[in-house]
Design a protein around this ligand. Structure first.
Ligand code: CA2
Length: 145
């Protein structure tokens, strides 16, 4: 099985500020943890980050036929992006939405996710563990399909 991990804007800054909200790990640290678990599970992964909405849309489109699942932390685009939502709906690849923080326990504007209705599920609030839970979720979805 092949899983694509996509990370949205500002997640390249992880580990530098707001550790009380996002934890102390850098995105590279999280990637290493995900890679280690993926190896144990026999899953091939690609792990990417972009600050550009269009690049994320392109990567979702290009995932068709190449990946069995997507694990997506769309960051701020979660709350704004019709383009990402349409791309996820268009490719029909099982997608799991993840967040480090609990978006429902934060500011009102973070409570709404435009991508949630086109994702298979949402994992929010477990810090870097959200990535490992996201990996487990797509493995489980793949076994069921
Ligand atoms: O909790 C999450 O994973 C979020 O997707 C993170 C986004 C935020 O806009 C979402 O509402 C929830 C923000 C990522 C920015 O990360 C930073 C890390 C360090 C310093 C500044 C920003």
């Amino acid at each position: 099985m092949k899983a694509l991990f996509l990370n949205g804007p500002n997640l390249n800054l992880l580990g530098t500020r707001q550790p009380e909200v996002y934890g102390r790990q850098t995105l590279a640290d999280i990637e290493a943890l995900v890679r280690a678990r993926a190896t144990e599970l026999g899953v091939e992964i690609d792990f990417r980050q972009s600050n550009h909405e269009g690049e994320l849309v392109t990567w979702i489109q290009e995932a068709r036929g190449r990946f069995d699942a997507i694990v997506l932390n769309a960051a701020a685009y979660t709350h704004t992006s019709v383009a990402l939502r349409d791309a996820i709906a268009a490719v029909s690849i099982p997608t799991v939405e993840i967040h480090l923080s609990n978006i429902h326990a934060r500011e009102e504007f973070r409570h709404r996710s435009l991508i949630a209705p086109v994702c298979r599920g949402q994992i929010s609030g477990f810090g870097f563990q959200s990535y490992l839970l996201g990996l487990q979720a797509v493995v489980t979805l793949n076994e069921r399909s």
